[in-house]
Design a protein around this ligand. Structure first.
Ligand SMILES: O=C(O)C(=O)C[C@@H](O)[C@H](O)[C@H](O)COP(=O)(O)O
Ligand SMILES: [Zn+2]
Length: 366
């Protein structure tokens, strides 16, 4: 078991990581003085798998929990779903002395976190992520929100949870595609911040793919520690935090163009990382070997490495709405070799992106 802290002064919170620790959730909530009345936001699938364990753990620790279900899938990360959730919270009498607990993957965490941020102007919130992607990434750092039809995560708030409680044993019930998608964000941490971690991933794909508990706790722990270190320095993405967006610039565009729910977020990030590494290679920040190591590791982890073949103009239009655009100029996170990165202004995406799509999209490899 690992205990980490995201140090944000009065808003600091623990990340508890272990295998088989879901029944201890109530104890963790008690330790952070979480409100007694808890709305457990989840979906049908996760409720069937873990609802009873969570309710039992909460009751044993003296909490009063009730399950509120939302739809399953990225297409439900919307203002409509949020509104339905507010209907339930209001009609079921959740007040300022209540808390919201997100039980599920990234969609649930982002949606429930945003609900907690704005319901009654903010009530306490806890993250109990059950997918790899949410365990290593979205449950930590306080990015909450929903998608807009014109772009991903365009509506949201920074709102930190009081607790992140991670049981890697929940990953056993994930569909393989979902598990593999989460590994993309794990690889991301190695590329942007930790060459040794990247090398360990290259050596241990089998242990990870076999969901060895020790390997999982290690991978989730290192990922969360890297993320916590970055968030502590730059909570609201004024600068450094943008590096967590490595692979996301083209990745978000691909998700949007394919239609939300078609690509898993991690799959799109995997494709986007290879494309970003190719741009880094063209600019002399990294070499072909670095790009190949990233590509080979992603493939070993069963991830796709070529972007879907949409018209370059469609990609450019989506990129123009990227949240990292500053005064009209696209900013991309590019790797400096392996284990380091920087944010670069791309003054002429119309010159940089089409040749990359030419080489790193599905059409190119057909
Ligand atoms: O926490 C962050 O900061 C990240 O950028 C992590 C990303 O992996 C994650 O996908 C995040 O939701 C992207 O946020 P966005 O602001 O680029 O939409
Ligand atoms: Zn991401």
């Amino acid at each position: 078991m690992k205990n980490l802290t995201v140090g944000l002064g009065e808003r600091s919170y623990p990340i508890v990581i272990g295998s088989g620790i879901l029944p201890d959730l109530g104890v963790s909530l008690r330790a952070v003085a979480f409100p007694r009345k808890v709305a457990i936001v989840t979906n049908e699938t996760v409720a069937d798998l873990y609802g009873a364990t969570v309710l039992d753990s909460l009751h044993r620790a003296g909490f009063q929990g009730a399950v509120l279900k939302v739809g399953d899938g990225e297409e439900f990360k919307s203002l409509d779903t949020l509104n339905n959730l507010f209907d339930a919270l209001i009609t079921q009498g959740y007040d300022r002395s209540s808390g919201i607990l997100a039980l599920g993957g990234g969609v649930i965490g982002d949606l429930a976190g945003f609900a907690a941020a704005i319901y009654l102007r903010g009530i306490p919130f806890a993250q109990v992520p059950t997918t790899l992607l949410s365990q290593v990434d979205s449950s930590v750092g306080g990015k909450t929100g929903v998608n807009h039809r014109l772009g991903k995560n365009l509506i949201g708030a920074f709102y930190q949870p009081r607790l992140v409680h991670i049981d890697v044993a929940t990953l056993a019930t994930l569909p393989p595609r979902e598990f593999h998608a989460g590994l993309a964000e794990v690889v991301k941490y190695g590329v942007i911040r930790d060459a040794d971690f990247f090398a360990w991933l290259e050596n241990e794909p089998a242990a990870l793919l076999a969901m060895d508990a020790e390997a999982l706790v290690r991978a989730v722990g290192i990922s969360c520690q890297i993320k916590a270190d970055i968030v502590e320095i730059d909570e609201k993405e004024g600068g450094l935090r943008a590096i967590l967006n490595f692979g996301h610039t083209l990745g978000h565009a691909a998700e949007l163009l394919a239609g939300y729910g078609t690509l898993r977020h991690g799959e799109a990030v995997a494709m986007g990382m290879v494309a970003a590494a190719a741009i880094a290679e063209d600019l002399g920040l990294a070499n072909a070997r670095d790009r190949l190591r990233i590509e080979e590791l992603l493939q070993a982890l069963h991830l796709p490495v070529r972007l879907p073949s949409f018209a370059p103009a469609a990609y450019l239009e989506a990129l123009a709405r990227d949240k990292k655009v500053k005064e009209g100029v696209l900013q991309m996170v590019l790797n400096r070799g392996i284990g380091d990165c920087e944010v670069r202004a791309i003054a002429h995406p119309d010159r940089v992106i089409p040749p990359i799509l030419e080489k790193y999209s599905e059409k190119a490899s057909a």
